[in-house]
Design a protein around this ligand. Structure first.
Ligand code: SF4
Length: 403
């Protein structure tokens, strides 16, 4: 029997194309120079066909409403203007207006033509991958744009009335310019949101080999932690607030789309490598421990197969049990200052959060905010907090009675 699913609120489209491949990247994306790359037109038509069929299945009806739409990748702006226009206008014709439509972009391809197309389609937010303003570091990371190009792209985006601009920086790198100074320049350029990620060295990447061979030396963890602390001070002075472990913004400029992931709401992730999670509909008739599960769908990381048959290919399905879903709601929710929405948790799982992790919440009460999530010092201690919560959840989650 087909499970009854809560309709998705958020839609992510993965454009697996980049100007070139960065040395640290293990996202599914291919460089424009890749010999096996299908044409951009066929990639765009395949993404639109996949979106159309997924919307018909999970959100039937003309131009369904979504809270958020996010076009990421990869680098969506690596598409030439004509296929980029076809993708954005095609998506705009398929879904109704949303509260937030974000476009991920990289500095080398965020030109006026791409901005015109994006704004005309309805994009209201740009997330620009700056990563650093240290040119020598950018070259070593294999980034295609230098700091000047990044600042010019930011200037172009912030000059557009009504367009909200976010930037990404990577922390924990051997940079010659202090991270807080880079953040300060981005603030001067007019960003209202900053994602500050720690670099994860992924095994199969060229950068991992350089680190193993001692050709790329990472700063020690203490100094990496301190640079983020100093950057947090600069951001706070500018009126930004850390609302998630890796995200700071002006109040009201938080990324709405990512909240679907942090709450484990229903969301669709389409395109090669996309991941969807669909919440099973609440069924108050089911007892504690039996409701609140989810269905996860993972699309193949294979662009050739995807463009050949975008609608026919079934995504890999994994059912997340109620216990695994509750685990993930806690794991993701406490990344944010709001923590877990307790009434929503009780409605979903038929269980009070306190009955599962009350001991840990008491033990960590000194680090909790009135809103429910961890305070700044608590966010720095997220991992030990989660170890406590998840250990307690393991013991307290009801074992469903055998049928
Ligand atoms: S631009 Fe982003 S997705 Fe593309 S290769 Fe670089 S890190 Fe990966």
């Amino acid at each position: 029997m087909k499970p009854c699913l809560r309709p998705p609120l958020a839609l992510y489209i993965h454009v697996p194309l980049c100007a070139s491949k960065c040395a640290y990247c293990d996202f599914y994306s291919l460089p424009r120079s890749c010999a096996d790359l299908p044409s951009q037109d066929s990639l765009v038509e395949a993404l639109l066909a996949r979106t159309r069929s997924a919307l018909e299945l999970y959100l039937p009806g003309p131009r369904p409403s979504l809270e958020t739409l996010y076009i990421g990748g990869g680098t969506p702006t690596a598409l030439d203007p004509a296929p980029f226009h076809r993708l954005l206008s095609g998506l705009a014709s398929m879904v109704g207006p949303c509260r937030e439509w974000t476009l991920e972009a990289n500095p080398e391809s965020l030109d006026e033509a791409h901005l015109d197309i994006a704004l005309e389609a309805g994009v209201g937010r740009i997330s620009l991958g700056v990563q650093s303003l240290d040119d020598s570091l950018l070259r070593r990371l294999g980034r295609p744009a230098d700091s000047r190009t990044a600042l010019q792209a930011l200037e172009r985006a912030t000059a557009r009335p009504g367009l909200r601009v976010s930037a990404d920086l990577i922390a924990g790198l051997p940079r010659s310019l202090p991270l807080e100074e880079e953040a300060s320049r981005l603030l001067d350029a007019g960003i209202e949101h900053l994602s500050l990620y720690d670099l994860t060295i992924e095994d199969a990447t060229p950068l991992a080999a350089q680190v193993r061979e001692g050709r790329f030396v990472l700063p020690d963890p203490d100094s990496a932690y301190e640079e983020v602390e100093r950057t947090g001070v600069v951001l706070a002075r500018a009126g930004f607030r850390r609302y998630e472990v890796s995200n700071w913004s002006r109040p009201g400029a938080e990324c709405l789309h990512n909240r679907a992931y942090w709450r484990l709401d229903s969301y669709l992730g389409l395109g090669p490598g996309g991941v969807s999670t669909l919440q099973l509909a609440d069924d108050p008739g089911l007892g504690p421990g039996l409701r609140g599960g989810s269905l996860r769908l993972e699309e193949d990381r294979d662009l050739g197969l995807f463009t050949a048959d975008p609608e026919g290919r079934a995504a890999a399905r994994t059912e997340l049990s109620p216990r695994d879903s509750a685990f993930e709601v806690i794991l993701m929710g406490y990344r944010t200052i709001w923590g877990v929405d307790r009434p929503a948790f009780a409605r979903r799982f038929g269980l009070e959060l306190e009955s599962l992790i009350g001991g840990s919440l008491n033990a960590w009460a000194g680090h909790l905010r009135p809103e429910g999530g961890l305070d700044d010092s608590g966010l720095d201690l997220l991992n030990p907090f989660l170890v406590d919560c998840l250990g307690e959840l393991e013991s307290n989650f009801p074992v469903p009675a055998s049928p």
